[in-house]
Design a protein around this ligand. Structure first.
Ligand SMILES: Cc1ncc(C[n+]2csc(CCOP(=O)(O)OP(=O)(O)O)c2C)c(N)n1
Length: 334
């Protein structure tokens, strides 16, 4: 594997930091009652979307999950429009009608976060099929957790992607829990690599708390999919720091596990690496920190200053307007 360029190593860290600070702020706003609905944070898991999306081009597509803020930010989302969507504001990616679990943007190549487990994978297969039929070299990436991994839709998608040799990258983001249930309680074969083998899909397992390891696996998998080699699966084992949803007290997790979460911190790991390689010092880290905190504060201000979605907005964007095409129908802007 080639060495990762210094600018990219820095960008990997910055993207993870952006996700972390955005989600910390989201957690605080939710606790203060400023965000409607449910919020699932991916704090601790930032290396997975960051490493995967760094290997993608703008035209490539992803499907995200109910824990999808990180996936969408890593694909290049504007934090202001993200925050506005979480706040139910008209300037959000879904005009305030989707919220945290249903962020969608054709412009970004985000074919939806999804509140339904196993629903994103057939969509990703559709995106892979469209790329193949159009003769495009677009790659379709789909994220899912181990809870979703036993859903029929995931298996049907893996089978069809393999049969049709579609450019789909399945990313199994294993954080140890499906809601309150530990992995070993609900999955008979815990290795997603073995399960992918059942469909003839080549697969690798990586340390999902190591952003550079995830990136390297992604570069290889994406190149294979892009060059007509068919689907691949990347299993990334990571760590969920917060509860399943904000407000979950995590009484089902052993105290030692909760106390040792920071030992797996993907940000600390990457920061230490950058410092050791002489790419960043304390001052550089502080500059990045200030920039990202400022960006998140601006996003919150943008959301707060935006108009609320109105009840009658529910009647908008239901049907595609004539001649708008799929992109016109799906991209909700005002
Ligand atoms: C089809 C379906 N069944 C059940 C649920 C309820 N549900 C929401 S999240 C979740 C667990 C998801 O676990 P996992 O896929 O590992 O993702 P994680 O929450 O760990 O990110 C469940 C069972 C759902 N949203 N959709």
């Amino acid at each position: 594997m080639k060495e990762i360029a210094p600018e990219l190593r820095l960008r990997l860290y910055e993207t993870m930091l952006r996700i972390r600070r955005f989600e910390e702020e989201t957690g605080a706003l939710f606790a203060a009652g400023e965000l409607p609905g449910f919020v699932h944070l991916s704090i601790g898991q930032e290396a997975v979307p960051t490493g995967i999306c760094a290997a993608l081009g703008h035209e490539d597509t992803i499907t995200a999950t109910h824990r999808g803020h990180g996936h969408i930010i890593a694909k290049g989302a504007d934090l202001g429009r993200m925050m506005a969507e979480l706040m139910g504001k008209r300037t959000g990616y879904g005009a305030g009608k989707g919220g945290s679990m249903h962020i969608f943007s054709v412009d970004l190549g985000v074919l939806g976060a999804n509140g339904i487990l196993g629903a994103g994978q057939p969509i990703a297969v559709g995106a892979g099929l469209s790329a193949k039929l159009q003769g495009s070299d677009r790659v379709s990436v789909t994220f899912f957790g181990e809870g979703a991994s036993a859903q029929g839709g995931v298996h049907e998608a893996m089978n069809l992607a393999a049969v049709w040799k579609l450019p789909v990258v399945f990313v199994a983001e294993i954080n140890g829990y499906a809601e309150l249930t530990p992995y070993q309680y609900h999955v008979s074969v815990p290795s997603m690599v073995d399960r992918a083998g059942g469909y003839g899909i080549p697969a690798v397992s990586v340390d999902g708390n190591d952003v550079e390891a995830v990136y390297e696996a992604a570069v290889e998998g994406v190149a294979r999919a892009r060059s007509g080699g068919g689907p691949v699966l990347i299993e990334a084992r990571t760590t969920r720091w917060h509860g399943h949803f904000e407000g979950d007290r995590q009484l089902y997790r052993p105290a030692e596990e909760l106390e040792s979460l920071a030992d797996h911190d993907p940000l600390t790991r990457q920061a230490d690496r950058l410092v050791a390689a002489g790419l960043l010092g304390e001052e550089g880290l502080n500059v990045l920190e200030r920039r990202v905190v400022e960006e998140v504060a601006e996003a919150v201000a943008f959301g707060r200053g935006s108009p609320e979605a109105a009840p009658e907005d529910a009647l908008l964007h239901v049907y595609a307007s004539e001649g708008a095409g799929a992109a016109g129908a799906a991209e909700v802007t005002r």
